[in-house]
Every structure is written in C-alpha cells, then in structure tokens.
Design a protein around this ligand. Sequence first.
Ligand code: PGA
Length: 247
Amino acid sequence: MAPRALIAGNWKMNLDRAAGEALAKALAAEAAAVSVELAVCPPAVYVASVGVALGSSGVALGAQDCHAAASGAHTGDTAAEMLADLGCTYVIVGHSERRADHGESDATVHAKAEAARRAGLVPIICVGETEAERDAGRTLDVVEGQVRGSVPQGLTGATLVIAYEPVWAIGTGRTPTADDVATVHAHIRKVLGEVSGDAANVRLLYGGSVKPANAAELMAVANVNGALVGGASLKAGDFLGIAKATP
Ligand code: PGA
C-alpha cells in the first residue's frame, strides 16, 4: 500500500505575520476535510506564531532550512533542535534556491538532514536537475547523485521525505510530463533502496508549479506520494484544491 500522501506548503520568503496566521487558521479549519496530510513551512521568524495558529488541527508545522550544528557561533542560523522546540515535524533541506543562493552542496544538505534526524525532525530533502542538465540528457544521473550525496543512511518512511523538484519547473508554470515524473520517481525509489531499508514507504513528493489544475494528473503518477508546493501554497483555496485532488 502506498504511504499516505503529504501536501507540504513552502511559503518561501512570503506573507507577513498576520497573513501567515490567517492562512494557517484557514487550513486548520479544513484539515479534517482532506484525506492527505497537510504541512506548512513558513519563514523561520514566523514558525512559532504559525504553530500557535495551527493549534491541534493536525496540520503539521515545518521550516525551510536548518543548520547542521545543534548550537554555537552561527550568526543568523537556526538549529534543528530549535525548530523541534517550536513544534516542527518537518524541515526542508537542500531546496534548489538554497543550493543556488547559498552554495549548499550535497555534503551540506546531508549534514542538515542528519541534524534533522538528531533533533527528531523529518527532513524533506530536495533534489532536481536544471534545465541545462535536462537538455543534456543528464536528469537521472544528476538526481541519482543528489540522492546518494544528500540522503543519510538508515532513514525510514517515518523519518524521511524526498522532494523531486526540477529547477526549471519551480515558479515557472512549466511542469514535466507525467511520464517524465514517473521515470524520475521510479529511479529515486530504486536508488533509495540502497540507502534505506524502508524505501517503499518513503514519501516521494513532486514539486514545481503544482496547482489545482494540474494536481490530479501529477499526483496520480506512480511513486508520487504528494507535493511540495510554493506559489500555490500561499492561498488556502489553491492549496486545499491540490490536497483534494490528491489520492
Ligand atoms: P512552486 O515552488 O510551486 O512555486 O513552483 C515549488 C518549490 O520551490 O518548492
């Protein structure tokens, strides 16, 4: 049986405190009406207030990044332990915007995923090829390399989520075909079998321009167990529309 789908919202650097709390409350009110698991990942400064707004609704709380260390002289950074302290369940690590904007390597992402495990958080580890890599026919090689380099050994369906996000599909309105997504997700599942004894139960999310209009097709693809949603996670109606279209 496929694992229960997860629809996770990556708010990125958007929404102010009031707007984030209002969105969280709107999602909390509808959580019981959807069969999938919902999660939101607000900006770090709002994780605490959004957590309060979600209350005991069952909508999970996540963050967008963490540092590899548990504490120390790391100005501006946030430890996974601090996120756990605020009630987070998830933390996104290795998002392509952090790989690009902050030069995060697979080794960095691996260390952050280990930090998440240490703190009792579930890392949502992001992988995905650039357009140039896709055009060069290197998609599977690139994604396989990122999985091998970024995913710690021994995590399970309960402690690991992977998001496949083609860089060229993020925020562009463009998406791969269902067949392309199926090919990449099957490959990730296969490679994951070498680093996790529980690969069949690890949720593999698709991310990149997911919206209500394309969610049914993308979420029905084999080995797709939910979505990581950016732009369409900023409006309750769109985010819930994606959740309702997900089997
Ligand atoms: P998008 O972003 O849905 O706006 O394309 C997805 C992501 O970056 O996680």
